[in-house]
Design a protein around this ligand. Structure first.
Ligand SMILES: O=c1ccn([C@@H]2O[C@H](COP(=O)(O)O)[C@@H](O)[C@H]2O)c(=O)[nH]1
Length: 311
């Protein structure tokens, strides 16, 4: 069951962080660009080498990576080959892999999306889905959650500044995000795992802590994927409500905050080793911030004594 495996990886690594592999060109160190720009498919190779460097640096330290497919799609076939190669490599390294694809469509089209991303060429352990079109648009993904032990994270409260334009509109005396939450919680009810979380998770952003608190109460069996930390302004104190009293219930994403941390000190001119060290340092810093906030709020049960000592 996907959510059980994710939770066990989080406990094994003592770390509720998912690193976003979003290879925006401005984030790529010059040394990688220089070395691979003469290849036949330079952007594909540059993205792949960039991701490999990140995975080699943090693969032992974090439970999961999330790939935002848009950054690969914009480079066409080359980009998608790098996407595919990165998924396989991350899996080989024992990481849980989330494809951030935000799909959802009429049933027959959703079947094709689910097939491509949960069992076909771009198979991941879990993907993000857009529930705007209702249950039948998600059904093909749900079936693969059951038959292939996959997971999904449905958009419920997103991190962007305009997310309230639709998600906070009130219908039947409550905001749309709460209507979405009730449905998402229900869609997962027949896939509950041993930690009490279903295969159907929700995207609940770090940038809206008040809503996250409401949503944790509304969705006791729904695991949260939390974007918006760091680069979008989300802080450690903003994510604590997304976790349950054991310190489970959420995994927090950071992409630019980790991949681009090196630029604050050295600009693009770093060695590969310096880049990898900066990825490790940024990940460890974020982990410390998160675990400290969880500890201060007595939501620390699942993390080991050794981690307690470090904080
Ligand atoms: O509400 C959402 C849903 C998804 N995202 C994605 O998460 C990462 C965030 O990247 P940062 O660089 O850490 O800001 C990115 O892939 C988004 O597409 C989100 O930000 N908000």
């Amino acid at each position: 069951m996907f959510m059980d495996k994710l939770i066990e990886k989080i406990m094994e690594k003592n770390n509720p962080i998912v690193v976003g592999l979003d290879p925006q060109t401005y984030l790529i160190p010059q040394c990688i660009i220089d070395q691979y720009s003469k290849e036949e498919e330079p952007m594909g190779e540059i993205f792949w080498q960039f991701n490999k460097a990140v995975i080699d640096a943090i693969g032992q330290r974090v439970p999961a990576v999330k790939l935002q497919i848009a950054f690969y799609e914009q480079w066409g076939i080359e980009g998608l080959k790098a996407y595919q190669k990165t998924i396989r490599y991350a899996e080989e390294k024992g990481l849980m892999v989330i494809g951030d694809i935000k799909r959802g469509d009429v049933f027959s089209t959703a079947q094709a999306y689910a097939s491509a991303h949960l069992k076909g060429p771009f198979e991941c352990h879990a993907v993000t889905v857009n529930p705007f079109m209702g249950r039948d648009s998600i059904e093909p993904f749900l079936s693969l959650c059951k038959s292939k032990e996959k997971g999904i994270f449905a958009l419920v409260k997103t991190s962007n500044p305009s997310s309230g334009e639709i998600q906070n509109l009130v219908a039947d005396h409550k905001p749309i995000y709460r209507h979405l939450a009730q449905r998402v919680e229900k869609w997962g009810q027949d896939t509950l795992g041993k930690y009490g979380y279903s295969a159907v998770g929700a995207v609940v952003a770090a940038t809206y802590p008040k809503e996250a608190k409401e949503l944790r109460e509304e969705m006791p069996n729904t695991f949260f994927l939390v974007p918006g930390y760091g680069a979008q302004g989300g802080r450690a104190e903003d994510i604590i409500h997304s976790f349950d009293d054991r310190g489970l219930g959420a995994i927090v994403n950071s992409s630019r905050g980790i991949l681009g941390a090196y630029m604050q000190h050295k600009g693009k001119e770093v060695t590969l080793e310096e880049f990898q060290q900066s990825v490790i340092t940024a990940t460890e810093k974020m982990k410390k911030e998160l675990l400290q906030a969880l500890k201060e709020n007595n939501k620390y049960q699942v993390y080991t004594e050794e981690e307690h000592q470090k904080i």
